[in-house]
Design a protein around this ligand. Sequence first.
Ligand code: NAD
Length: 201
Amino acid sequence: MWRRLFANGAAVRAVVDRIDTQIGPIGMLANVAGILRVASIDALRDEDWDRSFAVNMHGVFHLSRAVAQRMMPRRAGSIVTVGSNAAFVPRMQMAAYAASKAAAHQFTKCLGLELAEHGIRCNIVAPGSTDTRMQRQLWTNRKTKKGVIAGSLPAYRTGIPLGRIADPEDIASAVLFLLSNASRHVTLHSLCVDGGATLGV
Ligand SMILES: NC(=O)c1ccc[n+]([C@@H]2O[C@H](COP(=O)([O-])OP(=O)(O)OC[C@H]3O[C@@H](n4cnc5c(N)ncnc54)[C@H](O)[C@@H]3O)[C@@H](O)[C@H]2O)c1
């Protein structure tokens, strides 16, 4: 049900309103759900493109708008969008993913700009390769975990200078920092957590 919900603005608003009134005021939002469709552009189907934007961008928009509407009268809140380092650096066979993540990054920054006067902060965590189901679907005979760390010149992909794939906890701690009061003067920021893979761009 949640899969369909994120792409449906009215349904998202109804759920957010219910949580806010029945469970308690929402003070923090982390937009984490995402999908990755891997295909070269000539083979990319309309459905791959539409679905990538539905989840990675429209979901962020629907949830952030609904939560912001609840936070604004209270003049407090923090929103973090988990984007991707692919929003900064082009990646082979990831056009739909990278474009949808770039849109989510810029949306989150515009949101942060509008919400600053309401005391609400909006930031981005941009992970690189992280050991989850999404990452493991990329580890095939042709592309292994070691290969991801080493990088690939034919794919125009640098390796990971820190020499490891991130654990989910590495990303979660960056999200928690940006959601918490420890970052109370940080907004409109993209925090890249990729072991240096995109060379600090
Ligand atoms: N794993 C990586 O290497 C990596 C790199 C960069 C960015 N990211 C980003 O990190 C976030 C988390 O990804 P992950 O690596 O844990 O991937 P994952 O595939 O392991 O998990 C994705 C999660 O999103 C949920 N989801 C997908 N579509 C949904 C929908 N329509 N409605 C509700 N939930 C939905 C799934 O149920 C799942 O729990 C994503 O935004 C992803 O783009 C991951």
